[in-house]
Design a protein around this ligand. Structure first.
Ligand SMILES: Cc1cc2nc3c(=O)[nH]c(=O)nc-3n(C[C@H](O)[C@H](O)[C@H](O)COP(=O)(O)O)c2cc1C
Length: 186
């Protein structure tokens, strides 16, 4: 299923959030490249019912709409602040509500922020295996940014370069997914 939308989802549990800001920027850039609209959500959008929800049906109407938009996205930009060397607990709780088939084949860019550089491999050792479980098409370039990578909110050239790489990889996947299959015509 597709909603012609690139969707960002950030695991921040407080606002304002540097992670959400970063996810917003990457999501908008991917949408521009793909010629699609975009929307960005964070854990806060799920409201207080999230913590007690054991299935999507337990969420309120607004939160159910958010999770449906994530499931139907043409591509996802995922981000989380690093908490104790991993993604936030409530981010994982949202992901735990999904069916194992919900993200199969979906192009995904992985991002994370952290207080320092020591946990830069969090994107590879925590986020990548999680989305491998869902059999998603996670692009090879993941982006971890610490507070030192930003000056007045602007990312360093190193981060911009990695984002560009990830965008190129994801845009190619989005194009492939939306192209009519040649096999169908045979
Ligand atoms: C509970 C908690 C645990 C954290 N654990 C880590 C950590 O293990 N490694 C790290 O680099 N930063 C850690 N941080 C710092 C955050 O990852 C960092 O400030 C992040 O960019 C905040 O993102 P946000 O503005 O979206 O909330 C932690 C912060 C909190 C509040």
């Amino acid at each position: 299923m597709s909603n012609d939308l690139i969707v960002g989802f950030s695991g921040n549990i407080t606002r304002p959030s540097s992670t959400k800001r970063f996810v917003e920027s990457v999501t908008a850039s991917l949408a521009e490249r793909a010629g699609l609209d975009h929307a960005v959500f964070d854990v806060e959008d799920f409201g207080p019912a999230l913590a007690t929800a054991r299935s999507i049906a337990d969420l309120d109407t607004k939160a159910q709409a958010v999770i449906r938009t994530i499931i139907e996205a043409d591509a996802l930009v995922i981000g989380s602040p690093t908490y104790k060397g991993s993604y936030t607990g409530l981010f994982k709780h949202v992901i735990d509500l999904l069916d194992p088939a919900d993200l199969r084949g979906k192009p995904i860019i992985l991002t994370a922020t952290g207080g320092g550089d020591r946990h830069a491999l969090m994107v590879e050792h925590q986020l990548r295996p999680l989305f491998a479980f869902f059999e998603a098409f996670v692009v090879p370039t993941a982006v971890y940014a610490s507070s030192r990578d930003f000056t007045d909110g602007a990312p360093s050239p190193a981060i911009t370069g990695r984002v560009e790489q990830a965008l190129t990889q994801a845009a190619a996947l989005v194009r492939t997914r939306s192209a009519p299959t040649a096999i169908a015509a045979e």
